[in-house]
Design a protein around this ligand. Structure first.
Ligand SMILES: *Cc1c(COP(=O)(O)O)cnc(C)c1O
Length: 470
């Protein structure tokens, strides 16, 4: 039988809809939804048969497979829900897991804004329309010592807005060594070229000199952009131009200088022993015209992008019509407002990201000991130890400054570690761990203390099941 003839064996959409196993689904997904899924699945099979796949099936098994796929897809859609994840990887700002957790105050603010009307763009006293970002603007300016601030949906949007506004006239000058890709599909070259026609890549990958910038300005560059290279470092024979040198050049030539700092550090972490990065306030002090950063990385707030700096330039950015397409929603604004107030009041320990960064080794060790003894109670011979390791702040920040952290190391046989980690991802809430060789590693830094007990239970349940199956 040729494949094309086999196409005739495809069940009709009507017969799928009438099938006793599919028909009841119209109660959860409506007839229209089920119909669309059935068509999608049958179309998929038709294409694969035409492409010479799905050979060696008879009509009856083809029908069974299609019905199964239709039911599977209906369930997947009807049960769509973000699943809770316990993050025992020790990567604090895990973009795939949603970056910063929010403080209680932020969560309450989100609930209030979600449930009811709020004075988002209304000045209550005068009943006049006003700027939805008024309070976060003010808070950010005060916190960073800048003249003004603006916020948009994320930092990629902030960079886009600034480059689109300021680079339009003569182009944007950026060092080749800083044309980076940052996790979560942020590719700077693509963002820049979608914002302006003239992206002036200057210098080389490992070295860029002040003369390179001067030349770009001579050629008309209307914005100098410096970018924090995040999780990427050039070592060896290297050279970059410091921000202060660029500020001087910009002043001299009347060209604005922007620094895309990225991680949004509003606290002097070096004072608590976490070294290696400058905070936004210190960067503003260099006299740079604009600094951009995410609000859901080290800052510890909801998704957003902020720009702080010179008032006249920020006003120009705000007047750019594309800023309307990049605006932040009320839920994120409500949360951002609260986390900034917490910075202002010095309630740092209420901010989960801050707490995770600054949790000390000993208290994590104590918690790890409890988890280990819970596991040993169940598995007397389990090879489990607490070893010295490292957590990562993640999100492209502090790439060369990991945090010392005690890790729970469970040594298992060959291949079991990977299998177990896969199994742990399927439970609910899913448990994300690290795997290193034959060992599973758990880092409690990114786990809230009340979830330690869940980790013990989840590990016992999964290991029990797993080891028996092996
Ligand atoms: C993370 C990062 C971005 C992208 O920010 P999003 O908020 O994820 O859009 C841009 N630039 C730098 C330097 C970053 O670290």
């Amino acid at each position: 039988m040729t494949n094309i003839n086999f196409l005739k064996e495809l069940p009709s959409i009507d017969s799928i809809m009438e099938d006793g196993t599919v028909f009841p689904s119209i109660n959860i997904l409506s007839r229209k939804g089920v119909l669309r899924i059935a068509r999608e699945v049958v179309d998929g099979y038709r294409e694969r048969i035409r492409a010479g796949k799905e050979q060696g099936l008879d009509g009856e098994s083809l029908r069974k497979r299609i019905l199964n796929d239709v039911k599977g897809e209906i369930e997947k859609v009807a049960l769509s829900k973000q699943r809770r994840v316990i993050n025992a990887t020790g990567v604090i700002l895990h973009t795939n897991l949603g970056r910063s957790l929010l403080s209680e105050k932020c969560c309450e603010a989100i609930q209030q804004a979600a449930r009811g009307y709020v004075d988002l763009e209304l000045e209550i006293e005068s009943a006049r329309r006003c700027d939805r970002t008024r309070s976060v603007r003010r808070l950010l300016a005060l916190l960073t010592g800048s003249e003004d601030a603006l916020v948009v949906n994320n930092n990629a949007a902030a960079v886009l807005l600034a480059v689109h506004t300021l680079g339009a006239k003569g182009g944007v000058a950026v060092s080749r060594g800083e044309l980076v890709e940052i996790g979560g599909s942020f590719r700077l070259p693509e963002i820049l070229s979608s914002a302006v026609d003239n992206v002036m890549e200057i210098g080389t990958t490992n070295k860029t000199h002040i003369e390179d910038y001067e030349q770009a300005v001579e050629m008309g560059a209307s914005l100098i952009l410096k970018v924090h290279t995040s999780n990427y470092r050039i070592v060896g024979f290297t050279g970059e131009v410091s921000l202060s040198e660029l500020v001087e050049l910009g002043r001299d030539k009347g060209v604005p200088v922007m620094y895309d700092q990225g991680s949004g550090i509003l606290f002097p972490f070096d004072t608590v022993g976490v070294e290696g990065e400058e905070n936004i306030e210190d960067i503003v002090k260099t006299g740079v015209d604009l600094v951009s950063f995410s609000t859901d990385k080290v800052l510890g707030g909801p998704q957003g992008g902020a720009i702080v700096g010179r008032g006249d330039i920020i006003s120009r950015l705000k007047r750019n019509h594309i800023s309307r397409a990049l605006r932040m929603g009320k839920l994120n604004l409500a949360a951002l407002e609260q986390v900034l107030i917490q910075y202002w009041k010095g309630e740092f320990n209420e901010i989960p990201t801050y707490r995770m960064i600054t949790t000390d080794y000993d208290s994590l060790h104590e918690r790890a000991e409890k988890v280990v003894s819970g596991l040993r109670k169940k598995f007397k011979t389990l090879d489990v130890n607490i070893v010295k390791g490292e957590s990562a702040i993640g999100g492209g920040s502090y790439p060369t400054n990991p945090l010392p952290s005690p890790l729970i190391e469970i040594n298992l046989g060959e291949k079991v570690a990977t299998g177990l980690s896969r199994r742990l991802r399927t439970i609910d809430p899913a448990l994300m761990v690290r795997v290193k060789g034959d060992a599973v590693l758990l880092d409690l830094r990114t786990v809230s203390e009340e979830d330690d007990i869940y980790i013990v239970k989840a590990m016992i349940m999964s290991m029990d099941e797993f080891i028996r199956r092996e």
